[in-house]
Design a protein around this ligand. Structure first.
Ligand SMILES: [Zn+2]
Length: 221
């Protein structure tokens, strides 16, 4: 097992604590909701422990696990929702951090059966690709991981029915920015639908945007 780079660990601890504070301050989580993880190296993750308010963490609260979720260092235990993070790191070598939150507008839209997948504003293609939707499964279970796997392979922003978001990035700030963009897009869609009918962008324009964003197809690949 590789030796942990303590300088990298120190930087990631700081980033995760900062991202947790932003998530709480901007109402993307409440109380002890949500979780954040980052890849320390090929054998280790740094993650938030369960049962702690993610908006008011100290860098010493975080735990180091191996890639199966077994705690290697730290006092807490990881969230049951770490399963989705572990699956992500297993499936995607390009992902360095996973952020899970309960953004209000995006979750409310799932309750009303409104999908965020149709592209209505061009910016989302550049920052998020297609926002995928995952069917409802009990949070924290292997069944949820199973329904997520296909989306995790192809997308960087996923909204879980009646639950919350998973956003992926190269580091905690990158994954957090995608959460913020996802909730911002959800707020715009919510407001627009309150004002009238919302039409998605034409397919040809969506394809053009994906080309500009450097994706080879519309699955975020
Ligand atoms: Zn959750």
């Amino acid at each position: 097992m590789s030796e942990i780079d303590r300088e990298r660990e120190r930087e990631l601890r700081h980033a995760i604590v900062e991202v947790g504070r932003w998530m709480w301050e901007r109402n993307h989580i409440a109380g002890t909701d949500g979780n954040i993880s980052a890849r320390l190296d090929q054998d280790h993750l740094l993650t938030t422990p369960s049962g702690i308010a993610k908006g008011r963490m100290n860098t010493s609260d975080l735990v180091i696990t191996d890639l199966s979720g077994r705690v290697m260092e730290g006092n807490g235990r990881p969230s049951s929702e770490l399963k989705v993070h572990l699956a992500t790191y297993r499936l995607r070598s390009d992902v360095g951090s996973v952020v899970h939150a309960h953004p209000r507008t995006a979750v409310a839209l799932t309750l009303a059966g409104v999908s965020l997948a149709p592209v209505v504003i061009p910016e989302t293609v550049l920052t998020l690709g297609i926002i995928a939707a995952a069917d409802y499964e009990t949070p924290g279970t292997e069944a949820l991981v199973s329904v997520m796997e296909e989306s995790l392979l192809r997308h960087d922003a996923i909204i879980m029915d009646r639950h919350g978001s998973i956003t992926l990035g190269t580091d905690p700030y990158h994954a957090y920015n995608r959460l913020e963009s996802l909730e911002h897009a959800a707020q715009i869609l919510f407001m627009a639908r309150a004002l009238g009918n919302v039409e998605p962008l034409p397919e040809t324009e969506v394809a053009h945007l994906f080309e500009l964003a450097g994706h080879t197809d519309q699955n975020g690949e």
